[in-house]
Design a protein around this ligand. Structure first.
Ligand SMILES: Nc1ncnc2c1ncn2[C@@H]1O[C@H](COP(=O)(O)OP(=O)(O)OP(=O)(O)O)[C@@H](O)[C@H]1O
Ligand SMILES: [Mg+2]
Length: 344
C-alpha cells in the first residue's frame, strides 16, 4: 500500500492543490525539490496515484545509484547483440514506464554526457535501444526529484540548462519539516497508529505529553524520515524525558550533537539560498546582500542558542557562559529570535 501524504500545514495543503491540478492530464514534466527526507518520493507517488496514468507503471530510476556506464542501457534498453555480452534484448525504463510515470530520482546526479540523450527523448518523444536504429515512441510522464540546487549546478556547467527547463515545466518545492511544524503532530499520530498496528502483539504506550511536545519543537534536520525512525525507536525501546535528547542526537539520526546542529544550519541556509535562487531572477528588487547576511546570521544564532539551551536544560546562566555572552544579551536574543522553550 502506498504511503498517504500526511500534513495539515498551509504549505502541504497548497502542494495537495497543486497535485490535484497537474495530475488531471499528467502532461507537464514535474521536478520535486527539497531537503533529504521531506517526502519527495511520497509526492511523486501521490501525483501518479492521482493521475489517469495510475493504471500503468510507476518506474523509478535512482540516477545517483547506477554507474554511468550502465545508466544509459538502464534508461533506454539494449538490442540483442548490441555489444559483447548483450545476448538478449532488454527493455529500458522508458519502455517499462510507457503509459505511466518515469520517476527520475536524484536527477542532479545524472552524468553530463547522458543529459543530452535525455534531453533528446524529452524533445522528440522518441528514443532507441542501444544498438538499434528503430525509433520507439515515448509516452511517459517524467517526474524528477533532487535535493541539489540545480541552478548552482547549471552555473558550474554541470547540468544543462535546456534539460532543466524540459524537466522543470512545473516545480514543487517541499519545505523542510521545521518550516511547517503544524505537520509534526499529524505525522506523530499517523505513525503511532502504524506502529501500534505493526506491533499489535505487544503493548505500545502512547507517547507522553512532555515527549510529544519535545518532538513537536525539535528542528528535524533529517525531516520526516528522521521523525519516523525516532518514533520507531521510541515504540520499540520506550523512552522517558531524560533519554529523549540522547535519542534525538544519537544514531540513527546520523551524527553527534554538533554535526546535527551543523546539518540543520546547513539545511536552513540552503533554503535561504534556494529561496534567493528561485525569486531573484524574476524580481531583482528582492535582492539585498545585507538582508541575506542578516538572515544567515539569525539562522546560525538561533540554531546554536537553541541547542545550547537544550543541552543546559534551559539553564540560561549556564548557557550564557557557554556562549560567552552576557545573561542579558542571551535573554534579548531569545526574544528577538523567537526561541521557544519546548512544552511552554
Ligand atoms: N507527508 C508525508 N506523509 C507521510 N509520510 C511521509 C511524508 N513525507 C515523508 N514521509 C515518509 O518519510 C520518509 C522519507 O520520505 P521520502 O523518501 O519521500 O523523502 P525524500 O524527500 O525522497 O528523501 P531523499 O532526498 O533522502 O530521497 C518515507 O518513509 C516517507 O514515507
Ligand atoms: Mg527520495
Amino acid at each position: 500500500m502506498n504511503t498517504p501524504f500526511i500534513g495539515v500545514s498551509p504549505e502541504i495543503q497548497k502542494i495537495r492543490e497543486t497535485i490535484d491540478a497537474i495530475s488531471i492530464d499528467a502532461a507537464l514534466n514535474v521536478i520535486i525539490t527539497g531537503e533529504t527526507g521531506v517526502g519527495k518520493e511520497v509526492v511523486a507517488r501521490t501525483l501518479y496515484e492521482s493521475s489517469p496514468r495510475k493504471k500503468k507503471g510507476f518506474i523509478k530510476v535512482n540516477c545517483a545509484a547506477i554507474p554511468e556506464t550502465l545508466l544509459e542501457s538502464e534508461l533506454f534498453g539494449v538490442e540483442q547483440g548490441a555489444y559483447t555480452g548483450a545476448n538478449k534484448k532488454r527493455r529500458g525504463k522508458f519502455e517499462l514506464a510507457d503509459g505511466g510515470v518515469l520517476f527520475l530520482d536524484e536527477i542532479g546526479d545524472i552524468p553530463f554526457p547522458l543529459q543530452a540523450k535525455l534531453l533528446h527523448v524529452l524533445q522528440s518523444g522518441e528514443y532507441n535501444r542501444l544498438g538499434s536504429e528503430t525509433n520507439i515512441k515515448s509516452d511517459t510522464w517524467v517526474i524528477s526529484a533532487t535535493n541539489h540546487n540545480l541552478r548552482e549546478k547549471i552555473h558550474r556547467q554541470e547540468f544543462r540548462k535546456d534539460l532543466y527547463y524540459r524537466l522543470n515545466m512545473f516545480q514543487i518545492d517541499i519545505p523542510p519539516l521545521r518550516k511547517r511544524p503544524k505537520d509534526i503532530p499529524e505525522l506523530i499520530n499517523h505513525y503511532t497508529k502504524t506502529y501500534k498496528k505493526k506491533y499489535s502483539h505487544r503493548e505500545i504506550n502512547d507517547i507522553d505529553t512532555p515527549t510529544f511536545n519535545r518532538l513537536c519543537s525539535f528542528s528535524w534536520p533529517g525531516n520526516v524520515r528522521q521523525l519516523i525512525s525516532i518514533l520507531h525507536r521510541i515504540f520499540l525501546m520506550g523512552c522517558d524525558g531524560d533519554t529523549l535528547d540522547e535519542i534525538l542526537y544519537d544514531p540513527p539520526c546520523p551524527t553527534t550533537h554538533h554535526s546535527d546542529t551543523a546539518t540543520s544550519i546547513h539545511g536552513q541556509l540552503m533554503d535561504e539560498i534556494r529561496h534567493f535562487a528561485i525569486n531573484t531572477p524574476n524580481d531583482m528588487t528582492t535582492f539585498s546582500l545585507k538582508e541575506i547576511k542578516k538572515n544567515a546570521t539569525d539562522i546560525v544564532e538561533k540554531e546554536v542558542i537553541s541547542q545550547v539551551l537544550t543541552t543546559t536544560n534551559w539553564n540560561r546562566t549556564h548557557a550564557s557562559k557557554i556562549l560567552k555572552i552576557s545573561y542579558k544579551t542571551l535573554l534579548t536574543k531569545i526574544g528577538q529570535l523567537d526561541i521557544q522553550r519546548p512544552g511552554y
